[in-house]
Structures are given as C-alpha cells and as structure tokens.
Design a binder for this molecule. Sequence first.
Ligand code: PLP
Length: 379
Amino acid sequence: MKFNTKTIHGNQEYDKAYGAVMPPIYQTTTYAQTTPGGHKGYEYSRSGNPTRTALENSFASIENGTHGLAFGSGLAAIDAVMKLLKPGDEVISTNDLYGGTYRLFTKIFEGFGIKFHFVGMENASKIESYVNKNTKLIWVETPTNPMMNIIDIKATAAVSKKHNILLAVDNTFATPYLQQPLNLGADIVMHSATKYLGGHSDVVMGALIVKDKELADRLYFIQNASGAVCGPQDSFLVLRGIKTLHIRMQRHCENGKAVAEYLKQHPKIENVYWPGFSDHPNHDIAKAQMKDFGGMVSFTTKGNNYKEAIKIVENLKIFTLAESLGGVESLAGHPASMTHASIPKEEREKIGVVDSLIRLSVGIEDEEDLIADLKQAIG
Ligand SMILES: *Cc1c(COP(=O)(O)O)cnc(C)c1O
C-alpha cells in the first residue's frame, strides 16, 4: 500500500458491529467481563480503548512501523521515551530544539540524573565525539524549530547503530508525508500530533511509532504505567485528520514555497529560512531525505528591529498571531517574544533567534491571499 492510501486505509478495518466506516468513539472507561479475565481484549481505557487502537494502528501504518502509541500530548510522548533511561545515562540531542522538549530534558530529567549534550548535528561526525559508554539515546529534530536546520537522519543512524544507541526522531515538522525516519534507520519516531497529523488546531496529542516488538512492549508498559494517554474523542479527531494529511501537506508545501520565494525577493527582508532554497546550508540533505520542503518558513527583516517585527505580526490579517503550527489556517509567531522569550537574548541569538525573526506556519488557504496579506503587513 502506498502512502496516500495508507493515510485512509492503513491498518484500518470497518466496525464489526454495524459496518460503520469510521470507528465508533468508545466513550467508556471499562468493559464488561463474563468471568474474571473473560473480556474481548479491553479491560480499562488507560490500558487500551478501541478508538485509540484504531488511531495507534494508523500511526504505525503511515510511519511504516509495526507499533504506534498515542499520548495526551507530544511532550507526554517524549516523557515516555525518556523513561526508557535510568540515572547515569546520557543523551545527545539537537541543540536547536522545540522549547518544551528542552525544558523537559533540562528541568525534569536532568534532575533524575540523566545527562544531556546539546549539539549542532548538521555534521554527523560531530555527534560521535560525544558518544561514551553511558550514551543511550540520540534525540533528533529535523527540520529544526524555528531555524529550519536539516539533520541527516541516515548519517545519524549510522552512528547510533555503530554504538548500539537508540535513535529517536521528532518528525512533527516534516510528517511522514515528507520523511519516514524509520526507513532511514531511526528506532523511534515521535510526533506532536497536535500539529500536522491532527491538522485542524483542535486537539493536543502525541505519538510514538517503532518497528521493534521489544521496544514497543517497553513503551507500552510505560504508557500504561505512567498513564499519559489520550481520550477516545481526541483519538477519533486525529484519525480523521490523518485521512487528509497527504492532500493538506501537498498544499502546505506549495504555499510554503510561494511564501518563501515572495519573502526572498522582498527589499525589506534580510534572511529567509526554508530548506527548499538551493543556498540553504543543508539543502542537499533536505532534498535527499524529504519528498518536499514543508510549510514552515522563518524570516528576518533588514535592520533587525524588534518593534518593526512586532508591527508586522500585528498587521497580519489572514495569518493569525498564535503559538502552534501545522493546522489548515496560517499562523505567525515572533519567537523572541513568544516561544523563546524565556531564553536569554545572547543565548537565543547564538542559534539565530534574533529580534526580528518571524516564524510562519503556512496554511492551505489561497496562495494569492497569503501573499497579499504579507505584502500589506510588511509594507
Ligand atoms: C509542539 C511540539 C512539541 C510538543 O508537543 P505538544 O503536543 O505541544 O505537547 C514537540 N516537538 C515539536 C517539534 C513541536 O512542534
């Protein structure tokens, strides 16, 4: 089965009771037993729920894994991965990382005795110098947020395999439409399904997908033991979202390209960060491991003026000023005052988050309307 078909039919079966085409929302906590242990596969909805199972099966299918697990948020999914580790273990992670992931690693798991190395991973050979006998996990985000750096998953997997380390990839920005990390050698794929998989800005959810039964069993144990599961209604909504992932992503990519190209020729714009440009430093890797370049675009203005950037995001009418990304509607964010406000100015500027940086999640509206909106807002 090819990808577009998988988003709709992958690992799905019609409802056994009445042939419902979509799985019913099993809004129940528990399941009647005929005799102790005599049940039809479900006992309690933290441990399993049929609507969630349908979604988890879809997750596995679209990422070409064998097992999927759904969580109450993207961070809950990352939290479950970190619970594979024990005190003294070390993690090598991307340095330009989603802020919430960085907070979870440094404010929670460092306190539990796990050591993190935050490394610029654009060159895979750099990763190897941080490997020692305690290294248990490599954590990769690509493209990165908000600078759109690209990390070579295959080259990173070669390092993880050589040293017998787990490789996890946060595939939130790319989605399996653009890249499938398990096919490139990763062991775990993670999603904030809140973003493109859900796709309609109405559910907070996380996902893990693996291709190994033993790893799946360990993560399932953590999912059930720690209990950060999602509810059946949310499972239904994300399952519905996934069915249009391929056509939404196609339009996100088309509009992302149009917006990036418009910004690049604009006389008031300094830098445009989008991996589709041939002069993007990691363009060749992006071209090799991604099917297209996605709908996320960041840019800075000439003069790098904080107030001017705020004015632009305030002036936008179709782009909504808001956190998050990956929904059908276009959003704009100002990292220096929003997502990255808690990071000291010198620190954030080291990774490129300067005062005038604006991040766009380009939606699936008409390209002409989006460009007209940027035109009036930038002036
Ligand atoms: C949003 C996001 C997360 C966190 O997911 P939540 O669903 O908000 O918990 C992790 N990684 C990336 C890249 C994200 O964009």
